[in-house]
Design a protein around this ligand. Structure first.
Ligand SMILES: C[S@@+](CC[C@H](N)C(=O)[O-])C[C@H]1O[C@@H](n2cnc3c(N)ncnc32)[C@H](O)[C@@H]1O
Length: 347
C-alpha cells in the first residue's frame, strides 16, 4: 500500500508506485496530532522507509525554493475547472477561466492535455467529491476569492486609486485582463522568480500590456519597500490597491506583520489592501477543518507549508499596529469561504 500526496489529493493505493487503486484515504487513522513517522508506518512502510519519508518531508528535503509554485498552479487549474462548473459564471469574474487557460499553456506550466482534464466532467466530480470532502466549500471559495479581489480593485480605482499591486500573484490574470480597461492605472505584480519568470513568458506570448509591470523577486530575501523604491515608476504617495490573495498563510509570522508595515510605507492615503487569511483553530494551528493535521503535512511535503494564521477577533488590532484599519463597511468581508476569510483594510 502506498501514500501519494498529489497536487490536490491524498490517495491510498494498492501498490507502492501508486498507479492503481486510487481512492481517497479513509479518515480513520487521521487526527489533529498527525505523527508522520508512526502514521507512515501504519500505511505499511518499514521503519527505515518511514524515517526517510519523514526526513524528506520535514527536514527540508522537499523545500521547493527554486521551483515554480505548486499552489499557484493548483489555484489556476481550479479556476479552469470552475469555468465549466454550472452556475459559476455568476460568481467568477468575466473571462477569468479562459485567460487562465491561455496563460497556463502559453507559459508552459501545463500542456493542453492537462487543460482538457481540468475542464472535464470527471475532474469536476473529483473536485466536488474528494476536494470538497477534505476542505468543504474550498473549490467554490476560489471563485469567490477571485471575485472579491477583482471587486476591490474596481472599487478602489473608482475611488481614485492609480496603482494596483498584486503580491504573490502566481498565475492570476487580473492585471493582464484589467490593464487595457484602465489605461490610466498601472498594474504591478510580484512573485518569486521561479513562478514569475514562467508567467512572464506566458504574458509575452499572450500580448504585453504597457501598463502591466511584472516584478520577479523573492520577498523573503528582499523587502517589498526596497523592491518598489528601486522601481522608478512606483509612486509611494499615490492611492493604491494592494492584493494579497492566498499569500499570508505561506509567510512566517514576523514576515506578515512586516509585509503590512511595508505596504503602509509604500502607499498614499486612500489606499486599500485586500487579502485572504486562514483563521487560527482552538488548538492554535491554522484551522483547515477536520483534516488539519494531514493537510498541513501535505503542504509541508510540497515545500509550501501554511505558517501563519490569526484569530479573527485579533485581526483588527494586529492590522492597526501596522497602519491599516479593517473596513467592515466594504462588501464581502464577513463570510468564511472554504477555509479562508476575505478582508479589506484601508488607510
Ligand atoms: C497560493 S499561491 C496564490 C497565487 C495567486 N495569488 C492566486 O491566488 O491565484 C501563493 C503565491 O505566493 C507566492 N509567494 C510565496 N512566497 C513568496 C515570496 N517569498 N516572494 C514572492 N512570492 C511568494 C508563490 O510563488 C505563489 O505564486
Amino acid at each position: 500500500m502506498g501514500l501519494i500526496i498529489s497536487n490536490h489529493y491524498i490517495f491510498q493505493c494498492n501498490d507502492t508506485d501508486g498507479n492503481r487503486g486510487h481512492r481517497p484515504v479513509k479518515p480513520s487513522y487521521l487526527n489533529d496530532c498527525f505523527r508522520p513517522k508512526a502514521d507512515i508506518q501504519k500505511l505499511g512502510y518499514s521503519s527505515f522507509l518511514s524515517t526517510r519519508i519523514t526526513k524528506f518531508c520535514f527536514e527540508g528535503g522537499s523545500v521547493r525554493k527554486d521551483k515554480p509554485s505548486m499552489t499557484a498552479r493548483k489555484v489556476a487549474l481550479s479556476v479552469v475547472t470552475l469555468g465549466v462548473k454550472p452556475g459559476m459564471d455568476r460568481i467568477l469574474p468575466s473571462g477569468v477561466a479562459e485567460a487562465t487557460e491561455r496563460l497556463l499553456i502559453a507559459s508552459g506550466v501545463v500542456g493542453p492535455a492537462t487543460i482538457r482534464w481540468a475542464r472535464s466532467k470527471r475532474m469536476l466530480s473529483i473536485y466536488e467529491n474528494a476536494f470538497d470532502w477534505m476542505m468543504p466549500g474550498q473549490l467554490e471559495a476560489f471563485a469567490h476569492r477571485k471575485s472579491f479581489c477583482e471587486r476591490q480593485v474596481r472599487d478602489g480605482i473608482r475611488e481614485g486609486a492609480t496603482q494596483v499591486l498584486v503580491l504573490g500573484a502566481g498565475y492570476d490574470t487580473m492585471g493582464w485582463r484589467l490593464s487595457p480597461e484602465y489605461p490610466d492605472v498601472t498594474f504591478y505584480e510580484i512573485d518569486h522568480p521561479a513562478t514569475a519568470s514562467l508567467k512572464s513568458k506566458g504574458i509575452d506570448a499572450m500580448g504585453q500590456r504597457d501598463n502591466l509591470c511584472l516584478i520577479t523577486e523573492d520577498l523573503g530575501k528582499r523587502k517589498l519597500a526596497d523592491v518598489l523604491k528601486s522601481n522608478k515608476s512606483w509612486d509611494e504617495s499615490a492611492p493604491s490597491v494592494l492584493i494579497a490573495e492566498g499569500l499570508v498563510m505561506y509567510l512566517p509570522p514576523e514576515a506578515v506583520q512586516d509585509m503590512f508595515f511595508q505596504c503602509d510605507e509604500i502607499t498614499g492615503s486612500g489606499s486599500r489592501i485586500a487579502f485572504s487569511y486562514i483563521p487560527t483553530g482552538t488548538d492554535g494551528r491554522p484551522d483547515i477543518g477536520w483534516l488539519t493535521g494531514i493537510l498541513m503535512w501535505g503542504q509541508k511535503a510540497i515545500g509550501e507549508p501554511w505558517t501563519w494564521s490569526i484569530l479573527p477577533e485579533e485581526l483588527g488590532s494586529f492590522l492597526e499596529k501596522t497602519g491599516w484599519m479593517i473596513a467592515p463597511s466594504l462588501p464581502g468581508t464577513t463570510h468564511k469561504y472554504g477555509i479562508e476569510f476575505f478582508i479589506v483594510a484601508t488607510k
